[in-house]
Design a protein around this ligand. Structure first.
Ligand code: AN7
Length: 368
């Protein structure tokens, strides 16, 4: 019988707040590959996997939460949705609002979102406003719009978003047969670390389903959660919000994370930590992933890998363990970083004449 992945709501319906009659808004998100990271495994002596979230319909993990948020928006009778975003949430909201037939407004920090993400929001017909402020300012305004105006807020302060995003943890366990020892991910607004921890906890104990009775535990354990922020935008490391966050990893340029308590709980209940990596470490990990593993991510997505490499260098990564790193968004979102060399200069493609002998010589090939 023909079968295709049905999106995270239908695949995990008995563990989400939906019923048979829910009108599901989906673009087929989830079901993303868990890729064995050969070189990171060799480096660390543990088995390292990448959960490649750039394979989602709009190129980031945000689609897992957006299918739930947009489904909830439609159920509530909303006509319009709003979000603040460093880029990926706006791209996802714009696409899912289109699928739902809703108006979409997005607030982004002026000059601080990548061209790929900007173009997605525009392509899907969202009303895009560039706010003279940072992401935290945008989120303040979006929350107030949601409270006092007839628009439905689809940021991760909406619990539906966290519900959808927890399916990332379910997929990891379903693929491995149990939870990993360690789960590593970038931390910005902290919705994803909150969601993964919720997913891992729910899968490790009997679950009271709203539609299917008591479901048995799927995993025997939960992982340590290791979160990494950009050093210039690391409120969890500072222990308080940051007013002027700064990093080249614009996706995680966030100083006042909305899911503060959720991230602290994930960190402490799991026996993990939240640390920071520099922009240089992020760019080195970005290059590592594309050049050594064959996986192209955007800079913010490389923060978890940068963190693992840093912890390994400090002798703090155990060997013989199973480690999963969520790489959150696709490299094509923000491709400019691939075209810079380590010393910061632009990569210039070599130009050759239209002639096989010249091309062969340039490639260092000798005729057979
Ligand atoms: C690629 O799109 O906040 O800690 O507005 O785009 O759950 O916020 C994006 C965040 C990591 C951080 N990686 O996740 C937004 C936004 C990528 C991201 C994060 C984001 P959270």
């Amino acid at each position: 019988m023909a079968h295709q992945w049905r999106g995270v709501i239908r695949e995990y319906a008995d563990r989400l707040p939906v019923t048979e009659s829910t009108k599901v808004i989906t673009l087929g998100e989830g079901g993303t590959p868990l890729v064995h990271a050969q070189k990171l495994s060799e480096l660390t002596g543990s088995t390292v996997y990448l959960k490649v979230e750039g394979m989602n319909p709009t190129g980031s993990f945000k689609d897992r939460g957006m299918t739930m948020a947009m489904t909830a928006a439609v159920a509530s009778g909303a006509k319009a949705v709003v979000c603040a975003s460093t880029g990926n949430t706006s791209a996802s909201a714009a696409a899912y609002a289109t699928a739902a037939g809703l108006q979409c407004a997005v607030l982004v920090p002026e000059g601080k979102i990548s061209m790929g993400k900007l173009s997605q929001a525009i392509a899907h017909g969202a009303t895009l406003l560039q706010v003279d402020g940072n992401f935290d300012n945008c989120l303040d305004i979006a929350r107030k719009l949601g409270e006092s105006y007839p628009v439905f807020l689809v940021n991760s302060v909406n619990p539906a978003r966290i519900q959808g995003q927890k399916t990332g943890a379910f997929e990891v366990v379903d693929a491995l047969g149990d939870a990993p020892d360690i789960h590593v991910l970038p931390v910005g607004n902290a919705g994803n670390i909150t969601a993964y921890w919720k997913g891992y906890k729910e899968y490790s104990a009997p679950f009271e389903s709203e539609t299917a009775g008591t479901l048995p535990a799927v995993s025997t354990r939960t992982p340590q959660m290791w979160g990494f922020q950009a050093a210039g935008a690391a409120p969890f490391v500072a222990g308080h919000p940051i007013t002027e966050p700064d990093t080249i990893a614009t996706a995680i340029r966030i100083g006042n994370p909305a899911s503060w308590d959720g991230a602290i709980a994930a960190r402490d209940e799991s026996g993990g930590f939240i640390d920071a990596v520099t922009d240089d470490e992020i760019l080195a990990a970005h290059r590592w992933l594309s050049a050594k593993e064959g996986v192209f991510v955007e800079p913010g997505s490389a923060a978890g890998v940068a963190g693992l490499i840093k912890k390994h260098a400090a002798g703090q990564v155990p060997t013989g363990k199973i480690i999963v790193i969520t790489v959150t968004g696709h490299g094509l979102k923000d491709p400019q970083w691939a075209l810079r060399t380590e010393d910061g200069s632009e990569v210039q493609p070599v130009k050759v004449s239209n002639d096989v002998v010249t091309v062969a010589a340039e490639l260092g090939l000798e005729e057979k």
